[in-house]
Design a protein around this ligand. Sequence first.
Ligand SMILES: *[C@@H]1O[C@H](CO)[C@@H](O)[C@H](O)[C@H]1NC(C)=O
Ligand SMILES: *[C@@H]1O[C@H](CO)[C@@H](O)[C@H](O)[C@H]1NC(C)=O
Ligand SMILES: *[C@@H]1O[C@H](CO)[C@@H](O)[C@H](O)[C@H]1NC(C)=O
Ligand SMILES: *[C@@H]1O[C@H](CO)[C@@H](O)[C@H](O)[C@H]1NC(C)=O
Ligand SMILES: *[C@@H]1O[C@H](CO)[C@@H](O)[C@H](O)[C@H]1NC(C)=O
Ligand SMILES: *[C@@H]1O[C@H](CO)[C@@H](O)[C@H](O)[C@H]1NC(C)=O
Ligand SMILES: *[C@@H]1O[C@H](CO)[C@@H](O)[C@H](O)[C@H]1NC(C)=O
Ligand SMILES: *[C@@H]1O[C@H](CO)[C@@H](O)[C@H](O)[C@H]1NC(C)=O
Ligand SMILES: *[C@@H]1O[C@H](CO)[C@@H](O)[C@H](O)[C@H]1NC(C)=O
Length: 249
Amino acid sequence: MTQMAGVHCLGVMLPLILAAALHQGSAIDATPTPQTTTSPHADPGRPERGNYNVSDSNKTVCLLAYLGLQLNVSFNSASQNKVVQEVVNIKPNETNASGSCATEKAILLLTSDGETTNLTFAFTLNTTSRKYHLSEVSLSAAWPDMKEPISIKNVSVDFLQGTLGHSYLCREEQTLFVSQNLSINIFQVQVQPFGVTGNQFGAAEECQLDVDNLLIPIIVGAALAGLVLIVLLAYLIGRKRSHAGYQTI
Ligand SMILES: *[C@@H]1O[C@H](CO)[C@@H](O)[C@H](O)[C@H]1NC(C)=O
Ligand SMILES: *[C@@H]1O[C@H](CO)[C@@H](O)[C@H](O)[C@H]1NC(C)=O
Ligand SMILES: *[C@@H]1O[C@H](CO)[C@@H](O)[C@H](O)[C@H]1NC(C)=O
Ligand SMILES: *[C@@H]1O[C@H](CO)[C@@H](O)[C@H](O)[C@H]1NC(C)=O
Ligand SMILES: *[C@@H]1O[C@H](CO)[C@@H](O)[C@H](O)[C@H]1NC(C)=O
Ligand SMILES: *[C@@H]1O[C@H](CO)[C@@H](O)[C@H](O)[C@H]1NC(C)=O
Ligand SMILES: *[C@@H]1O[C@H](CO)[C@@H](O)[C@H](O)[C@H]1NC(C)=O
Ligand SMILES: *[C@@H]1O[C@H](CO)[C@@H](O)[C@H](O)[C@H]1NC(C)=O
Ligand SMILES: *[C@@H]1O[C@H](CO)[C@@H](O)[C@H](O)[C@H]1NC(C)=O
């Protein structure tokens, strides 16, 4: 009786342990590897998550964003006299959020690092399908080491798709390709560019990456737990039989 309870307990625990272990593994994989090529600076690590809100003319919050942002930029370096690639984190305590909200377009403008970095995100809402997405990204930057300031814009991106009244949530790191010279790594993002009520996020729609990441370890764990259970049962039955056989001799 106690043995059976032990086996049952193991069957329940194993998927959980495996899920935790596998998830840990993927989290470690996701951390960026240090640049070995042209970057003069060390890997900045994971960016801190910032709370970036936009209010309308009535001072009510109309866009909410909570995420970690990391820029991966190529530019002409003044000190090295060549094109370098730099990975830079957006620091929330040095960033101001502003923007605007209209029926079909919401804009989040992040001004960072003493106005030397301006990052703009424009979201579009299709009022027919009630779906929104991040449709435009632009960056203008004038960093001390830049030979000339840079200005990058892509007005045909399609990221962070959600449904009106809901927020978009993704725990996994994602990379947004903006142009040859800019990609943006986003970490633990939750955004809602439209239909914000009462200063809070609406029900979250989780990205497919997260759903996959949750399902795979559960399926693998359950399969392994089943296998362990079968082996244990076979062992117990086998032991009982040989024990019985021993007694008759
Ligand atoms: C930055 O982008 C380059 C190529 O565009 C890529 O090889 C590198 O891994 C990226 N670094 C990070 C930290 O995303
Ligand atoms: C501001 O508030 C007024 C009154 O509550 C409302 O009629 C108007 O639509 C609001 N404007 C915006 C931009 O939300
Ligand atoms: C990327 O940056 C390099 C160096 O700053 C520049 O020469 C090139 O035109 C840029 N490419 C694009 C597509 O903007
Ligand atoms: C922002 O925070 C970082 C550490 O998180 C700190 O090093 C930096 O001095 C802070 N900057 C300002 C302007 O407070
Ligand atoms: C945000 O903007 C205000 C007013 O423009 C300024 O006083 C403040 O220093 C800015 N904060 C940061 C973190 O840049
Ligand atoms: C909005 O969505 C509808 C239905 O999905 C589609 O037919 C229409 O082309 C979309 N409009 C725009 C401007 O993308
Ligand atoms: C960022 O925006 C501010 C305010 O509009 C502006 O003064 C500043 O020059 C901009 N910085 C860059 C690098 O474009
Ligand atoms: C704009 O972004 C989209 C999606 O990431 C990409 O397919 C396209 O090539 C980009 N356009 C330019 C000019 O880089
Ligand atoms: C943004 O809104 C959230 C939720 O209402 C709030 O917790 C946070 O303090 C706000 N951040 C700023 C910078 O106003």
